[in-house]
Design a protein around this ligand. Structure first.
Ligand code: FAD
Ligand code: DLZ
Ligand code: SF4
Length: 512
């Protein structure tokens, strides 16, 4: 019989169907899982994110053991824990003398770099398998991208629809259109029934982890409790069923809406479970399709949701692996400021930012439009260095891993790649936020006032951003109208926008 193999399973690989586990043989192989200090520190993750992952890892290890696997689980505070994947694999090789190490490729480029040195470091073969929980392999995405002048999610998404057969009617898209986004931009009304996400009581393992995190990571951003995330695949399934019944029917209509007292609206809050491996993305989409087929949800909701997963989620992963490591350095606007301190405290008079950041601190969650059009939009307009913006997003959200966070932040929200991912910057003044939310009604600033004391800061910042980046953006056909408006403004008006923006930016406290 062949000798033991060491199968390393990472914290975001908690899937029973993982490619490395499919290669294992019970009774012969050992599964290694390790809580390591370095992974908690390369950015100082939100407390809730660490608690979620450690508890989910411990539950996953226990489930594998109950299923007959031999699992070597290293806890953060175990004696001798060397604090890194490399150190823990080295120690495990000493304990088990495996004939080879098997691992499913990591989500992050940083970790792949680490792994690529292991064979030489350890003198043991190391097999890195593809992560086939994603629909498109790296090769498939590279082939798709090759020779295209512009990469656009929509065309990639259509290929993924054809590949999966999701919402297809033979060769044609269900209902005759590929994309129903035009129906998905309604502002929410407060009198609508608002579901809330499924919440789970922390059980024993989670309580132990919460104590550990309170003890070891008290300096990290965010509130640890109340903690209500699912930590097992069964619980995540419950959260999915709850979403399908309660929120999915309205997911499309109110996808871009924001309400002060409703943190979740009709969003799924499933991203953290999908990214950690507790839910399979294709199965989630198949469940959504089944709801549509049974007539329980409209097509715009089902299509909108499925597009986020087989379209955007796959597309940003493709871009990440296509462009790393250079992608980290992109800074199209040469933005240099550090982050305003209120990104960590939520203490600002701007009601929209206060709401988005306070909820981020408390929940390790904000929905897409808050991330894109409130915190992201502000950072781009204010000229914050994208490296700082990237670090902030990677820290604060429970669903954040670099492969998905970086393209969303650098590409989609900061336009730092100069238009590889998005066709124009998602820049907006106060009017957009006012249209899509109820934040402005309670804000100290007046959204209708353009400049000077008491004016909504987004208004002047918007024009200042366009003015200072005119050389870089003027050739973009999607901005022709905006620049035509700017050109028609009187010099005093232009001057007043720019002076207001500068005065406002000077008035803020910044990191460092
Ligand atoms: P829903 O709104 O219910 O959407 C359903 C699912 O679709 C999500 O769970 C997710 O799996 C997928 N999805 C939706 N939009 C995207 C997208 N743009 N890219 C990839 N997947 C998507 N998503 C992350 O998973 N991790 C991140 O670190 C992350 N950082 C972001 C940073 C910025 C600046 C922006 C603009 C977006 C970011 N997103 C990120 C994408 C999106 O905002 C989150 O996936 C979503 O808000 C998660 O909440 P949800 O599960 O309720 O999603
Ligand atoms: C995010 C994270 C954290 C905080 N801690 C661990 C850990 O202790 N052990 C582990 O295996 N994984 C952890 N992770 C997830 C990894 O950072 C993630 O697997 C890599 O970044 C690759 O995506
Ligand atoms: Fe935000 Fe401006 Fe509205 Fe205040 S007025 S909530 S700053 S958009």
């Amino acid at each position: 019989m062949a000798g033991t193999r060491l199968i390393l399973v990472l914290g975001d690989q908690l899937s029973r169907t993982l490619s490395s586990l499919r290669r294992g043989v019970k009774g012969r192989d050992v599964i290694l899982m390790a809580e390591v200090w370095d992974e908690t520190q390369y950015v100082k993750h939100h407390k809730k994110k660490i608690a979620f992952l450690f508890s989910a890892m411990r539950h996953f290890a226990a489930a594998l053991e109950a299923d007959g696997w031999s699992v070597d689980y290293v806890r953060l505070t175990d004696e001798g824990n060397r604090g890194s994947f490399t150190g823990e694999v080295a120690r495990a090789i000493k304990r088990h003398a495996p004939e080879r190490v098997i691992v499913t490729e990591p989500g992050e480029w940083r970790v792949l770099q680490m792994m690529e040195g292991w064979e030489e470091d350890f003198g043991v073969p190391v097999e890195i398998l593809p992560d086939d929980r994603f629909l498109a392999s790296h090769h498939e995405f590279q082939d798709w991208a090759k020779g295209r002048k512009q990469l656009r999610m929509e065309y990639f998404y259509r290929d993924m629809r054809r590949k999966t057969g999701l919402l297809m009617d033979g060769d044609a898209p269900e209902g005759g259109k590929w994309n129903y986004d035009a129906e998905n931009r309604k502002p929410a009304r407060r009198d609508l029934f608002m579901p809330s996400p499924k919440r789970f009581e922390p059980h024993e393992t989670t309580r132990e982890v919460l104590d550990l995190v309170a003890d070891q990571f008290s300096e990290h951003f965010g509130d640890l409790e109340p903690f209500w995330f699912a930590v097992t695949a069964d619980e995540a399934e419950d959260a999915l069923s709850h979403f399908l019944e309660e929120a999915l029917p309205h997911f499309g209509d109110y996808q871009d809406a924001m309400l002060k007292d409703e943190r979740f609206l009709y969003h799924s809050i499933l991203g953290l479970y999908i990214n950690a491996g507790l839910l399979d993305p294709l199965e989630v989409c198949q469940r959504v399709e089944a709801e549509y087929e049974k007539g329980r949800v409209p097509l715009n909701a089902a299509e909108g949701f499925i597009r986020q997963i087989i379209g955007w989620r796959e597309y940003v992963r493709g871009i990440y692996w296509l462009k790393m490591p250079d992608y980290l350095e992109e800074n199209f606007f040469e933005a240099e400021r550090t982050l305003p301190s209120f990104y960590w405290t939520g203490e600002t008079d701007m009601a929209c930012l206060k709401a988005a950041i306070t909820q981020t601190k408390e929940e390790a969650y904000a929905h897409h439009i808050q991330r894109l059009m409130v915190t992201g939009n502000f950072a781009m307009l204010a000229g914050i260095d994208p490296k700082h913006v990237h670090a902030w997003y990677l820290i604060v959200y429970a669903d954040a891993y670099e492969w998905v966070e970086l393209p969303n932040v650098l590409g989609m929200s900061q336009f730092s790649d100069g238009g590889l991912l998005a066709s124009k910057p998602y820049a907006a003044g106060g009017n957009y936020i006012n249209k899509m939310s109820d934040y402005c009604g309670t804000c100290r600033y007046d959204v209708k006032t353009k400049t000077g004391e008491g004016a909504c800061p987004f208004n002047a910042l918007y024009w200042d951003f366009l003015a200072r980046n005119e050389d870089k953006l003027k050739g973009n056909p999607r901005l022709n109208q905006v620049y035509a408006t700017w050109a028609r403004m009187k010099p005093e008006t232009k001057q007043s926008y720019r002076a207001s923006a500068h005065a406002f930016l000077e008035s803020l406290d910044y990191d460092g």
